[in-house]
Design a protein around this ligand. Structure first.
Ligand code: GN1
Ligand code: MG
Length: 351
């Protein structure tokens, strides 16, 4: 099946194998191996069209962003650019995606010998902080305004509204058991929505952000050097908190985002500090004082937002995130809420 799809793209080499790759929660990803040693391997992805409804806009954003970064890297004399920015392969008609009548597909060059991690140490976090700050800095002069590939993606007010709708509908009959979490969420709602409020008052800007800066969306060289940021579907205008906060949500958690044993979950302050100093090193050129002041808010915002999103999906009967077992979204909700409490405990103790 995969090889036939890949045949619609202008790849080099002969496809010998197509096998699943990675563990994203949204798209289906495959590695495409070619026979010839001097030809690249590829990554084939089926775009989750239910979630990314405007694939044309999605791919347009990605093309603009990767071309802009490529140009910046060329101007700065960077070598080995195909390892530092993704390269998408066009189809015969010149588009970077193919529609087979049911699904949308895209193909990019596989970066060999690169690694991704589910957890990182403080040294890698510092480098990752620099890399995400640098990613935002490179995109800060993008001449073109990008569209939102998922409207209101990191809008906290909108995410709460979706949760309220899920509670109203109670499709899966799960609202009653989740009431304690719903109460905890409401208690924090006004604080967590402050970014939207500040934006309306004209005090907080939106910038081009990655919006999915989980640890495993960054590629590292074998020696630990950061290569590039992957998974560009959600690159769009957002508050800078998106990239800063979502990395820490995954990297500074001492356990996985879906850890069932809550006692294993904690906030790793060493990683928090290392990542923050790396991020500020490359992002302080463009951050406003208010953006910098609100970074601790961002650290709490993302476990909170993810808790709200997992809970809404649980209440809706698990229609958005891939799940591996029936209670998976419940376990994820609990784990994110525990992480939020750990973050809150850290910041109230350090006041
Ligand atoms: C999704 O596709 P993946 O696993 O990188 C989600 C993120 C969530 C994350 C939670 C488009 O990312 O927003 O933070 O799961 N992406 C989308 O693990 O909803
Ligand atoms: Mg991913």
């Amino acid at each position: 099946m995969g090889a036939e799809i890949v045949g619609h793209f202008q790849i080099e080499g002969t496809v010998v194998k197509v096998e699943p790759l990675g563990n994203g929660l949204i798209n289906d990803t495959y590695k495409v191996t070619t026979a010839e040693a001097d030809k690249p391997d590829y990554v084939l992805q089926r775009i989750n069209h239910a979630i990314f409804q405007d694939v044309d806009l999605l791919q347009h954003n990605i093309e603009v962003v990767t071309a802009h970064i490529r140009q910046k890297l060329e101007e700065s004399g960077t070598t080995d650019i195909d390892r530092k920015v993704l390269r998408f392969i066009p189809t015969a008609s010149g588009k970077t995606y193919y529609f087979d009548g049911t699904s949308y597909w895209r193909v990019m060059v596989f970066i060999p010998r690169a690694q991704t991690f589910e957890t990182v140490n403080a040294a890698y976090s510092y480098d990752a902080g620099k890399a995400f700050g640098h990613f935002q800095a490179m995109l800060s002069d993008l001449p073109e305004q990008l569209g939102e590939t998922i409207p209101n993606f990191h809008n906290m007010e909108f995410r709460l509204q979706q949760l309220h709708e899920a509670v109203q509908a109670d499709t899966a009959g799960r609202v009653k058991e989740m009431q304690p979490y719903l109460d905890e969420i409401e208690r924090r709602a006004a604080y967590m929505c402050q970014a939207e409020q500040l934006y309306r008052e004209g005090r907080l800007p939106k910038r081009i952000c990655h919006c999915d800066t989980k640890v495993n969306n960054m590629m590292f060289e074998e020696n630990g050097e950061v290569l590039c940021v992957i998974d560009l579907d959600t690159v769009m205008p957002s508050f800078i908190f998106s990239d800063y906060g979502d990395f820490l949500r995954t990297a500074a958690n001492t356990a996985a985002e879906d850890e069932p044993d809550l006692s294993k979950i904690g906030f790793n302050t060493e990683i928090y500090e290392a990542f923050s100093s790396g991020y500020l090193e490359s992002a302080s050129t463009f951050l406003t004082p208010l953006e910098k002041d609100l970074l601790p808010y961002a650290v709490a915002l993302f476990p909170y937002m993810q808790c709200v999103r997992f809970l809404a999906d649980y209440l809706n009967g698990d229609t958005y995130y891939k799940i591996q077992y029936p209670e998976h979204n419940l376990v994820r909700t609990r784990a994110q809420f525990r992480l939020l409490q750990c973050v809150e405990a850290h910041f109230s103790a350090s006041k």
